[in-house]
Design a binder for this molecule. Structure first.
Ligand SMILES: C[S@@+](CC[C@H](N)C(=O)[O-])C[C@H]1O[C@@H](n2cnc3c(N)ncnc32)[C@H](O)[C@@H]1O
Length: 265
């Protein structure tokens, strides 16, 4: 067995990372081994990195089966269904934070766009739970990708309770996710995470995504709640990523998130 195969097997044997898809573990592991680390150290470093980019955002137990029961029970009533979605969104730091501004978030950024019939939500976390707030037309397609197999199984079942035709896939957006042409791509608060793995990730993704509109956002506080000049630094990074592109850009500042809507012609 090669070192990288051993690393992947060891990381996926652990309860915390056992449901992280194989290509994401392999991608991070190969980079750690390439730094010349010994296998044992590379395994440790891979787990640490997966924690930083994924595990650190998961809050409380992820009881997907119980959440699905609650969502199914609530699905006949719009208010109850939104309430059940909100309860689930509290279990991922990103959606928990966005929930404070959710009533304005999608309404503001999607105002003025033609009907969005297809969405690609990359490194989505639990953001698809916000579908009831997005105003998508019946039958819209929604592709949601994250590295957690159990999360995407849940998202697939969840989307059956909504008006969209959902597809959810566990994959590493840095290497192997299909990128269908869509009306709107969402890359919410994940460029900083992905660039911790590969500094070129943001630039490569922006080039590879085939969408008329892209919503890119950045956190304004760290997970620990401190500001650390993040909005200024992330805006500078975003401007670097779009420098020289002939794209229309609208900027939105929310209490919890800085967002940019890119329109390509
Ligand atoms: C900061 S959170 C953002 C979640 C979501 N986009 C939102 O804003 O609500 C980053 C997410 O990226 C996912 N992730 C990290 N690395 C990834 C990769 N290589 N491919 C796909 N998803 C990834 C994590 O599991 C986590 O859910």
């Amino acid at each position: 067995m090669s070192d990288v195969d051993e690393l992947v097997a060891a990381v996926r044997r652990s309860s915390k990372y056992g449901r992280v898809c194989e290509d994401a573990v392999r991608g991070v592991g190969e980079r750690e081994l390439a730094k010349g680390r010994r296998l044992k150290d590379a395994i440790k470093a891979t787990k640490k990195k997966l924690h930083q980019v994924g595990g650190a955002y998961l809050e409380g137990g992820m009881d997907y089966a119980a959440w699905l029961d609650d969502l199914r029970a609530a699905s006949g009533n719009e208010g109850d269904f939104r309430w059940a979605c909100a309860q689930v969104m509290r279990h991922h730091a990103s959606t928990k934070e966005r929930f404070q501004v959710l009533d304005e978030f999608y309404a503001a950024v999607l105002a003025g766009l033609p009907p969005v019939r297809s969405v690609l939500d990359l490194a989505c976390g639990l953001d698809p739970l916000a579908i009831p707030w997005m105003g998508l037309p019946d039958g819209a397609t929604y592709h949601a990708y994250d590295i957690y197999e159990d999360m995407v199984d849940f998202l697939r079942a969840f989307m059956k309770l909504t008006q969209v035709r959902g597809q959810a896939l566990a994959c590493d957006v840095l290497q192997s996710c299909p990128l269908p042409k869509v009306d709107l791509a969402l890359v919410l608060k994940s460029i900083p995470c992905l660039e911790q793995i590969d500094r070129a990730a943001g630039a490569q993704l922006l080039d590879a995504i085939d969408a008329d509109h892209l919503l890119i956002s950045f956190p304004v506080h760290s997970l620990g709640g401190r500001d650390k000049g993040m909005p200024t630094n992330y805006e500078a990074r975003f401007r670097e990523l779009v420098a020289g592109k002939d794209w229309a850009i609208k900027r939105f500042e929310f209490a919890t998130e800085l967002a940019f809507l890119i329109t390509r012609f």
